[in-house]
Design a binder for this molecule. Structure first.
Ligand SMILES: *[C@@H]1O[C@H](CO)[C@@H](O)[C@H](O)[C@H]1NC(C)=O
Ligand SMILES: *[C@@H]1O[C@H](CO)[C@@H](O)[C@H](O)[C@H]1NC(C)=O
Ligand SMILES: *[C@@H]1O[C@H](CO)[C@@H](O)[C@H](O)[C@H]1NC(C)=O
Length: 406
């Protein structure tokens, strides 16, 4: 029996009601989802922290500068990269004597006779040129004696949250920053210390997971000072990572010969991210493509000091240099590995190291848990654990170079 007109009509009304209800449920769900969506999902091009876990640590590339004759160092870097699942792009370093007189900057200063330093400058400039030419968003540059903790990617996730806090606008008010001294520092400025866990939400970056407004990031250095109230040219904000179990005990914390504020102003096991002042050494720093353009344009044609000294001039906007936004991590995440047996550097011959300095270094080497070498501040050293890794089956238990003395 065919359904009557009346019953067809009521069935149609029933379907309509069900359809409408489904639509309402979907609409509510959508709205709810939108409200609860993590900030990054709302900015389709935003770079999340997860990219930092990739094989180039969230940078476009990791370059390693290596002199072709130092095959020992290329072997060691390759193994250390293997321990930490990193992919390196090796680039040959340059010898100072191979730089043509005609190519040498006409304006020079005191350091012109140190061919090691000249070669070092050119090796780094060659990389700046490649980053500019290939338009690589950001790159990490390592020298071939670099060492780092096996937990580098989780360390860098915290660094990225910190650098965003220091340089990205606030999400709640994109005309304002968490640090009132950024981007324009001033005389008698406040020093704002922000706990990482209490940082305000910032606008998600799209150029680099470390933020969109930086030129250099000194994840590695061998000494660093702090911008303060009395540094009117440098922003003074800081982000503090407390209870970081990758930071060594205070009695073996090695801050170079520079400022000891990390030890005196912050509790043990703190790591602090801030703007760079007087950065020393070039064993591990990142550069954005904007930074690479500025460095090549300035340092490529005007040589006045060793390359790290010229980076300092740019970070502080001194000596007529283009001013960069430079950030730093203390204690340093990437430090220099020193062989206990062989493998000294090529730039300053060990004979030139003063007696007192050598004694200090030997005392540190003695304290480290590794037989063949040591590095300051790095606990689960990638280099110190290469044999452990190559043997396999260590169940993730790595030799801790600076284990707390129980
Ligand atoms: C790692 O992530 C960065 C940032 O998203 C990206 O530029 C880079 O290409 C990635 N590296 C690899 C090997 O995929
Ligand atoms: C490297 O990758 C392997 C295989 O995916 C993984 O088992 C190991 O834990 C990774 N090592 C590190 C240091 O992340
Ligand atoms: C560099 O070498 C030249 C020639 O050997 C010498 O005259 C000059 O004093 C040296 N300069 C420095 C700063 O050592």
């Amino acid at each position: 029996m065919p359904p009557s007109i009346a019953s067809r009509h009521s069935r149609w009304r029933f379907y309509l009601a069900v359809g409408l209800a489904v639509c309402i449920v979907i609409a509510i769900k959508c709205f709810d989802g939108l409200r609860a969506a993590p900030v990054t999902r709302m900015f389709s091009k935003a770079l999340g922290l997860e990219t930092i876990a990739n094989s180039t640590l969230g940078f476009g590339e990791i370059f390693v500068i290596n002199m072709p004759h130092r095959t020992d160092r290329r072997d060691a870097m390759t193994l250390a990269g293997g321990v930490t699942n990193l992919t390196f792009t090796f680039r040959d370093g340059v010898k100072g004597v191979d730089i043509s007189d005609n190519a040498w900057p006409k304006y020079g200063g005191d350091h012109l006779n140190n061919t090691g330093e000249k070669g070092c400058w050119r090796s780094h400039m060659n990389l700046m040129r490649e980053i500019v030419h290939r338009n690589i968003g950001s790159a990490l540059i390592l020298e071939d004696d670099a060492d780092w903790d096996i937990r580098i990617s989780s360390q860098l996730e915290k660094v990225a949250l910190a650098t965003r806090t220091l340089t990205q606008p606030l999400l709640s008010d994109p005309n304002t920053y968490a640090d009132p001294t950024f981007p324009s520092p001033f005389k008698d400025q406040p020093v704002t210390s922000i706990e990482l866990s209490e940082r305000p939400e910032t606008v998600p970056p799209v150029l680099s997971p470390y933020g969109d407004d930086w030129d250099m990031l000194f994840v590695g250095h061998c000494g660093m000072q702090w911008p303060k109230e009395d540094t009117p040219d440098l922003s003074a904000g800081r982000v503090v990572v407390s209870d970081d179990n990758t930071v060594p005990d205070p009695d073996v914390l090695n801050l170079g010969w520079q400022s000891w504020d990390l030890k005196t102003l912050y509790p043990a096991y703190s790591r602090v991210i801030h703007h760079a002042k007087v950065p020393v050494c070039t064993q591990g720093y990142a550069v954005s493509v904007r930074g690479a353009r500025r460095i090549l344009a300035d340092l490529g044609s005007r040589y006045t000091a060793s390359v790290d000294n010229m980076y300092r001039e740019m970070c502080e906007g001194q000596n007529g240099r283009i001013k960069l936004t430079c950030l730093a991590v203390q204690p340093s995440l990437i430090t220099q590995w020193r062989g206990k047996i062989t493998g000294g550097g090529d730039i300053s011959a060990s004979a030139q190291v003063p007696e007192e300095e050598r004694k200090k270094t030997e005392a540190w080497a003695e304290k480290s848990a590794y037989l063949d070498g040591w590095s300051p501040n790095v606990r689960w050293s990638a280099r110190g654990n290469t044999k452990q890794w190559a043997k396999g089956g260590n169940d993730g238990k790595w030799i801790d170079q600076w284990a707390p003395k129980a």
